[in-house]
Design a protein around this ligand. Structure first.
Ligand SMILES: [Zn+2]
Length: 533
């Protein structure tokens, strides 16, 4: 062999993503492609050599649930994620995607509506089509993205912002936009059935859209309708029914167990096993963290948002409507296993300087200082911030994480929110927590199996034939970590801490993390469905 390598990673143990035992080999990179070299490497020429003695060399991790669809364009180094070894992320999740939009005003309103979750960076958002949006990522961000089309975007263009059924014409429009977006490179359809206006879609409507996506090789990525029926199994039964009706694959995102649920995690996992036994293609991801995070708007009854952003603002300001909200909040109670009421809701991401001191503090503290009740506190904050408030709340039950993680079709989706001074710890810590705590300390799976769940399994789910494995000729997305030292350092109190033990990350053949530091390189691409580019 006489080829000169651009990069040669020598002396490490290759855990190739396929789930088999790690083996001693070197990993070479030429351009953006890999080569595995067993045996001597001293005679090989290489522009750069990395000594990986004592380290594992694995495919870069794939995050199946990212909120980086806007923030990455503004902060393209994407350090919270790439420092964890993430090289590809799924964006456009929760039904909340930013393309296609036929009318600029609709996109502008949608950006405002979702700013408490995805942020609203100061960038020009004038892409319109899926193709135009995806181009913004190519070689301009640190990691690769795989894009899903959210059903909120489809519904806004086809039905507007109201809670109305999608008639035959609206269904044709939604299907047409979905097909076009997938032809431009999207990987499928997402939903977030707690988030209007996508939440107005019926089971049948989503089944019909999945049927369209499945024809083109796509799948259904769903944040389920958590309030449906028993609020425990019924939301997931609906997702599986959508798969049945659409005759297409279903991926349950952030599938987890709460301490407040009326049954154990095993009953939730049995739904997946039963569906698979029936012949349905059902998989899921989880985030390895006890803290959830989303936009504060989710705390209010969804009818607040009917008709869009301007109507939402009007309702928030209306005293009579606040009285109705007050009654509904009292009747519903909190869905969280909270200690003191609202002391478990931490506020984050304020755009207005006068609110900056509230970042990282709880709604209970805000209520004490302002003398407001929860309804007025939430409505006032949302109005003052033009809806753009984020929250961090208790999420998955610790005891439930292990059975979900060990399940053979589980994968990892960080769901990390990239805004605010104190995001939930999953933003900076998800993948290293799997390697440090789940594998090394708790031995929930072998290291090889954990790596498979974070690499080859999601690559196969996405249909990425050239990523997710370290094999000759595949794309060079690589992470080098120390299996004895890798750990997450992000905590609830100090969530913005980078992990330890991940010295090198390579994206498309280029070092993005080198010696534990970001190189500033931006080799990421928007991957296109069934493309090998
Ligand atoms: Zn979600």
């Amino acid at each position: 062999m006489t080829d000169a390598f651009d990069l040669l990673i020598e002396g490490g143990t290759v855990v190739d993503g396929g789930g088999g035992p790690g083996f001693a080999a070197a990993v070479g990179v030429i351009g953006d492609r890999l080569r595995i070299i067993s045996g001597e490497t001293a005679h090989l020429r290489a522009a750069r050599r990395i000594d990986a003695t004592g380290h594992v060399v694995a495919p870069g991790f794939i995050d199946l649930h990212s909120h980086g669809g806007l923030m990455m364009l503004a902060e393209p180094r994407h350090e919270p994620k790439v420092r964890q070894g993430v090289t590809t992320e799924v964006i456009g999740v929760d039904g909340n995607s930013y393309a296609p939009f036929l009318r600029q005003q609709d996109l502008d309103d949608f950006l405002t509506l979702n700013a408490g979750l995805d942020g609203r960076p100061d960038i020009a958002c004038d892409w319109g089509s899926v193709a135009g949006y995806l181009e913004r990522f190519d070689r301009r961000v640190a990691v690769n993205v795989a894009y899903f089309i959210g059903n909120s975007a489809l519904r806004i263009s086809a039905c507007g912002w109201d809670e109305v059924p999608a008639d035959a014409r609206a269904m044709d429009r939604q299907r047409g936009l979905l097909r076009e977006g997938m032809e431009e490179g999207a990987f499928g359809l997402s939903s977030g059935l707690d988030y209007p206006p996508g939440a107005y879609a019926t089971t049948e409507e989503l089944g019909a859209l999945l049927a369209e996506a499945a024809k083109l090789g796509g799948f259904y990525h769903t944040h389920v309708r958590y309030t449906l029926g028993d609020g425990f199994l019924d939301p997931f039964r609906e997702a599986i029914e959508i798969g049945r009706q659409g005759d297409g694959p279903v991926h349950l995102t952030h599938f987890y167990h709460r301490a407040t649920y009326p049954g154990p995690p095993e009953r939730m996992l049995k739904l997946v096993d039963d569906a698979r036994a029936e012949g349905l293609d059902v998989t899921f991801d989880l985030y390895p963290s006890e803290w959830a995070s989303t936009r504060l708007l989710i705390m209010l009854p969804p009818w607040i948002q009917a008709g869009g952003v301007a109507k939402t603002r009007e309702r928030l300001a209306d005293r009579a409507i606040r009285a109705r909200i007050r009654d509904e909040l009292a009747a519903r109670g909190r869905s969280y296993a909270g200690a003191a009421p609202w002391a478990d809701l931490r506020l984050g991401y304020f755009a207005r300087p006068e609110h900056a001191r509230w970042e990282g503090r709880t709604l209970a503290e805000y209520m004490v200082e302002t003398g407001l009740d929860p309804t007025d506190a939430i409505c006032d904050l949302l109005l003052a911030e033009d809806l753009r408030v984020n929250q961090v709340t208790p999420g998955p039950h610790t005891a439930g994480l292990a059975p979900f993680f060990r399940h053979p079709v589980s994968m990892i989706g960080s769901d990390g929110v990239l805004i605010g001074a104190k995001p939930a710890p999953r933003t900076y810590g998800s993948f290293p927590r799997v390697l440090g705590e789940f594998v090394r300390e708790q031995r929930l799976t072998s290291l090889e199996e954990a790596v498979r769940k974070m690499t080859a399994a999601p690559a196969a789910r996405l249909g990425l034939a050239d990523r997710g494995l370290l094999r000759d000729g595949l794309k060079a997305d690589i992470v080098v970590f120390d299996p004895a030292a890798v750990r997450d350092l992000a905590t609830y109190e100090e969530p913005r801490r980078f992990p330890a033990g991940i010295p090198h990350v390579v994206v498309n053949g280029t070092l993005v993390v080198d010696g534990g530091e970001h190189t500033g390189a931006l080799p990421g691409r928007a991957l296109r469905r069934s493309s090998t580019a």
